[in-house]
Design a protein around this ligand. Sequence first.
Ligand SMILES: [Mg+2]
Length: 122
Amino acid sequence: MKILIVDDSSTMRRIIGNVVMQLGYKKDQFDEAEDGVKAWKLLNESKYDIILTDWNMPNMNGLELVKNIRKEGGHIKTPIIMITTEGGKTEVITALKAGVNNYIVKPFNATILKEKLDGVLK
Ligand SMILES: [Mg+2]
């Protein structure tokens, strides 16, 4: 099981990583990227089982990343959870239409992330 965590905030990547470890995953089971461009590069180099991505990021944002993932490459069907401050109904619908499997609005806790992970990994 390998997880990709994408967020331009290093603090947020650390928080998400800590929660993922609280859920029993080891540090070598996740990689981090600070924007969509870096994430896209990693996705083309390795195979991930789940992608957790922010929306607002420089260079390539989370929505563009999701669209690229769903269009081509080895992760067309890989579960994607968007973790973002963009909690409006329009944003959620836009993200789901782009191919996001689940959605978490910041701030969140370990219980919420566990529920969403379990949900998409089923
Ligand atoms: Mg951000």
